[in-house]
Design a binder for this molecule. Structure first.
Ligand code: NDP
Length: 480
């Protein structure tokens, strides 16, 4: 049994109450870790350590901070196989996905922000013959970073790296469901010689540790990724305290397929955008809209391709592993039941999956599921399921598909498949989402603004946006 520890003031520490939570391996359904069930007292220790470290860390030069971040990036890269296996075991995702996407991206996150801070500059505004204004951008102080379970180290480092690069000290919490790689990151930070208190990682539940971070008066900004209802709750506590807030929330992303697309390229990517990471990526295209003239062709080809996906033990060569928890498996299955009640026709999947091998018989698997014949306004098409479940819906015109695509409360990401340039620009402009991919999916440039509109979030991550979020601008006006 692996017993995790918090990382406070540069050292690993047991929770003050000495209480632990069971951590499960989703592929087997068995407990394999003990996770600190931290409370307010642990948050206080972390805030004290971060407050003490802040004057020193924030006064290092950008280059000096950058060196620490590069070192962490190098160590993550060096330990890639170990971290990828830990991520796969902890989350249920295929090992090959963790090895090719999750951990390489954590390496990139630290490397990207280590170099970005060296190029970050602030504005100056010249007033003819009167004065010059320049903007100072200083770190905020102690900030909180809270991340979800679907891309554990990937999203955790996406927040921590820009916060540290800009000179803030951090109190961070990974999801209690997938804390393993965040714990391993603590060991890496110790090995990298990161000064004590600069980064503190606390394990425990959202209601205990998460809300203690959000409501702590000395934590001046919160960067959160997770569900929309949790985001709402966090905003209700943080906003009256005038904390800076960045909220990356849920999605119900449309994938719009026009008859004039490159069919083969679209089909290959659509299988991926529907079921990668068991559909548990906030950017997955869960509502697929297909122009009527190619609807039947798409439906048959899509079902055929999805039927070839291998599902099973994530540590073997599979396309689909386990979903993250029993509760989540039950939630997904309940949505498939709801889809049936709403008149949906299950074209493929629709059930719990039980692998043949003994090791995974109690694991949390769900078949990739394709549903048609649902009204775009029904709950299945409006609420986030966050699993390997997609609906397909035919459409006639651009106008009609835009109405359907824009009908949900969400607005995170979207995909458009067409070879008509004017149409691509028109639809991209009118679609209500923070991210639009044309003839691709999840093609990421870390410099671009990342985030959603409507109930998918507030603020943007990525590139300068992240560095601006984690700094306070101050205008200095000098009269001639
Ligand atoms: P949750 O909102 O349940 O949890 C996210 C994090 O917040 C976890 O660390 C959780 O802790 C913590 N938390 C829970 N309650 C509170 C609270 N009251 N105060 C402070 N922190 C709290 O999301 P999930 O982990 O279930 O992640 C899935 C969701 O994340 C989906 O909706 C998905 O769309 C969204 N997401 C959005 C992304 C984006 O970029 N927009 C990217 C990836 C995911 P714990 O789990 O330990 O209880």
């Amino acid at each position: 049994m692996i017993i995790l520890k918090n990382y406070i003031n540069g050292a690993l520490a047991a929770p003050t109450n000495n209480k632990y939570i069971d951590g499960y391996e989703p592929a087997t359904g068995k407990v394999y870790t003990q996770i600190p069930d931290s409370v307010d007292a642990d948050v206080q220790l972390a805030v004290d350590a971060a407050t003490k470290a802040f004057p020193i860390w924030s006064n290092l030069s950008n280059l000096e901070r950058s060196k620490y971040l590069r070192k962490i990036s190098e160590l993550i890269e060096k330990k890639l196989p170990e971290l990828a296996k830990a991520e796969s075991v902890d989350n249920g995702k295929p090992l090959k996905l963790a090895s090719s996407v999750d951990i390489p991206r954590a390496v990139d996150n630290f490397h990207f922000f280590a170099t970005a801070i060296e190029h970050f500059a602030s504005e100056s505004h010249f007033m003819e013959q009167t004065a010059i204004n320049y903007t100072l951008r200083r770190p905020i102080g102690v900030v909180g970073c809270i991340s979800p379970w679907n891309l554990p180290l990937y999203l955790f480092t996406w927040k921590i790296a820009p916060a540290l690069a800009t000179g803030n000290c951090v109190v961070a919490k990974p999801s209690e469901i997938t804390p393993m790689t965040a714990y391993l990151l603590s060991e890496i930070c110790i090995e990298a010689g990161l000064p004590a208190g600069v980064l503190n990682i606390l394990h425990g539940t959202g209601p205990n540790v998460g809300s203690a971070i959000v409501s702590h008066p000395k934590i001046k900004a919160i960067s959160f990724t997770g569900g929309t209802s949790t985001g709402k709750n966090i905003a209700s506590i943080a906003a009256p305290m005038f904390k800076k807030l960045s909220l990356e929330l849920g999605g119900k992303n449309p994938n719009i397929i026009f008859e004039d697309c490159d069919f083969d390229a679209m089909l290959k990517t659509t299988v991926h955008s529907s079921f990668a990471n068991q559909g548990q990526i906030c950017l997955c295209g869960s509502r697929i809209f297909v122009q009527k003239s190619i609807y039947e062709k798409f439906k048959n080809a899509f079902v055929e391709k999805v039927s070839q996906l291998k599902i099973g033990d994530p540590l073997t060569d599979v396309n689909i592993g386990a979903v993250v928890s029993k509760a989540h498996q039950e939630k997904i299955l309940s949505y498939i039941q709801l889809a049936k009640e709403e008149g949906g026709n299950i074209l493929f999947g629709g059930n719990k999956f039980i692998p043949n091998d003994e090791r995974c018989r109690e694991g949390y698997f769900v078949e990739p599921t394709i549903i048609e014949n649902l009204d775009y306004r029904c709950r299945t098409n409006q609420e986030e399921i966050f699993g390997p479940v997609v609906t397909i819906t035919p459409f006639d015109t651009e106008e009609e598909v835009l109405t359907m695509a824009n009908s949900t409360e969400y607005g995170l990401a979207s995909s458009i498949w067409t070879n008509n340039l004017q149409k691509a620009h028109r639809v991209a402009e009118r679609i209500e989402s923070g991210i639009v991919w044309v003839n691709c999916w999840l093609l990421r440039d870390l410099r671009t603004p990342f985030g959603g509109v409507k109930s998918s979030g507030v603020g943007r991550e990525g590139g300068w946006e992240a560095l601006r979020f984690f700094t306070e601008p101050k205008n200095v006006c000098i009269k001639y």
